[in-house]
Design a protein around this ligand. Structure first.
Ligand code: 13P
Length: 252
């Protein structure tokens, strides 16, 4: 059975509190799909308000980050349980912007994944992707396999759990230049094969979706549609324009 396609909006830190609510209301008004799963990942402080506004439509709520401990002296962090209480059913883990600006590494990412899977029914969105320099050095495959191994090694995906892996080449993010469809196909094949090794055939096939992120917009989304192993998209820039985002969703 083909997996349900998913389109995830990552609003990053682009919007203030009031702006987030306005966009969430516009999502509820304009995104009406019943076939594609749609998620909006808002900034932490806006989660409850955005969740409330989204309740009028099919779009689900996601966080952009989580901490690995359940509770305690961790100033400024938020636990998986708190995200669930705020209404999140998804959370982005290990986005390259956090790896770059906050020095988040795959050991931390592994712990975050474990915390979310162990303590909640939130679906983690694990981000992987190579830098421009790694790509030029011909190391892309190695880098992605290593990131998957470090983050997922030792994790058992129980039958009632799901995972999303977002392949986001760092050089494609915010650049306006998405990777070519053939390259996405190749990378997703490599990722699928690695997931079978790490999680087992059944879990990899039935419980994991592999999506692409990096300069996806209404103009290029159609070029990825025919690729079987692309289960959806993680969208940054184009997600804060509701009409463009709705076009991306409707194109699937
Ligand atoms: P852009 O769509 O702006 O390239 O951002 C992609 C991204 O980082 C989503 O997480």
């Amino acid at each position: 059975m083909p997996k349900q396609k998913i389109v995830i909006a990552n609003w990053k830190m682009r919007l203030g509190l009031a702006e987030s609510i306005v966009l969430a209301k516009a999502y509820a008004e304009h995104i009406k799909t019943e076939t594609v799963e749609v998620v909006a990942c808002a900034s932490e402080i806006a989660l409850t308000g955005v969740g409330e506004a989204l309740r009028q439509g099919p779009v689900k709520l996601g966080g952009q980050n989580v901490f690995w401990e359940e509770k305690g002296e961790y100033t400024g962090e938020v636990s998986a349980k708190t995200l669930a209480e705020a209404g999140c059913s998804f959370v982005i883990i290990g986005h390259s912007e956090r790896r770059m600006h906050l020095l988040e590494n795959y050991e931390m990412i592994h712990q975050k994944l474990k915390a979310v899977l162990d303590h909640t029914s939130i679906i983690p969105i694990l981000c992987v992707g190579e830098t421009q320099r790694e790509k030029e050095a011909g190391k892309t495959d190695y880098v992605i396999l290593d990131q998957l191994q470090q983050s997922l090694g030792g994790i058992e995906l129980l039958a009632d759990k799901q995972l999303i892996v977002a392949y986001e080449p760092i050089w494609a993010i915010g650049s306006g230049h998405a990777i070519g469809p053939d390259d996405v196909n190749t990378m997703h094949e490599i990722i699928h094969a690695s997931l079978v090794d790490l999680l087992g055939v059944d879990a990899a096939k039935k419980q994991v979706r592999v999506i692409y992120g990096g300069s996806v917009n209404a103009g290029n989304v159609a070029s990825f549609r025919a690729i079987d192993n692309v289960d959806g998209f993680l969208v940054g820039t184009a997600s804060v324009d509701v009409m463009e985002f709705a076009q991306i969703v409707n194109s699937l």
